[in-house]
Design a protein around this ligand. Structure first.
Ligand SMILES: CC(C)(COP(=O)(O)OP(=O)(O)OC[C@H]1O[C@@H](n2cnc3c(N)ncnc32)[C@H](O)[C@@H]1OP(=O)(O)O)[C@@H](O)C(=O)NCCC(=O)NCCS
Length: 191
């Protein structure tokens, strides 16, 4: 099935859309900023060939797998159209379809404007009210305060601490491990 680039979600200031095979350069540029990658790779950029040959094909395969409803989505400012990064609402590869991970990676120019909270809140609304999800979780490094603040503003609950995965030992603050936050449909509706 072919999915067009039609809008996935709109918020007051942002549009989320599906990625296409033409979007490699946007992802390569995003992952080339050491500040963006600080708590993901320790600042190392993602190799362009990994983006082209692995990440982008996986993103597009996800739309096929989940009918275009779940996956990773490009975010643009509605005013002017600038690409600001991506958000995801994505099940585990072999996991249940009513549980998904919320994630976000924004260009530095877009930080500090409330964009991560705005789009994530809209994604939770879609997840619980439109897509029939039961639970959404998010994970980040313990020291990634910006990311944790987004989760807390969404009223997600800290449910677990996590060991740092072996491939993230070089990340600053890796010795403090990671954190997991969750929100259920019931909690979302009671908020
Ligand atoms: C983490 C990230 C998504 C936050 O995006 P953002 O759009 O700036 O977040 P928001 O503006 O919605 O901020 C939410 C809250 O967190 C605070 N915050 C944001 N970044 C912060 C930081 N680096 N340190 C401390 N607080 C921070 C904001 O002030 C805001 O709180 P407030 O409303 O009380 O002021 C963004 O910095 C980013 O993409 N970083 C690089 C990639 C990354 O680390 N992704 C997460 C991996 S799990």
């Amino acid at each position: 099935m072919i999915h067009s680039v039609e809008t996935y979600l709109q918020t007051e200031r942002l549009t989320l859309r599906r990625f296409t095979s033409d979007d490699a350069d946007l992802l390569i540029e995003l992952d080339s900023d050491a500040a963006v990658m600080r708590y993901l790779s320790g600042g190392e950029p993602t190799a362009p060939e990994i983006v082209r040959e692995r990440h982008l094909p996986n993103i597009i395969a996800g739309y096929e797998k989940w009918g275009g409803d779940l996956g990773l989505f490009a975010a643009h400012e509605r005013d002017g159209g600038a690409f600001i990064g991506w958000f995801c609402l994505r099940p585990e590869p072999q996991g249940p379809l009513d549980e998904a991970e919320l994630g976000y990676r924004l260009r530095q120019a877009a930080w500090g404007k409330g964009y991560a909270t705005e789009a994530s809140r809209a994604l939770l609304g879609k997840a619980f009210d439109g897509l029939g999800l039961r639970m959404v979780w998010a994970e980040t490094m313990t020291m990634n305060q910006g990311s944790r603040n987004v989760m807390e503003k969404l009223r997600m609950t800290l449910t677990d601490t996590l060991p740092t995965p072996p491939d993230m030992k070089m990340v600053e603050g890796a010795e403090h491990g990671g954190v997991r936050y969750e929100i259920t449909k019931e909690q979302w509706e009671r908020r």
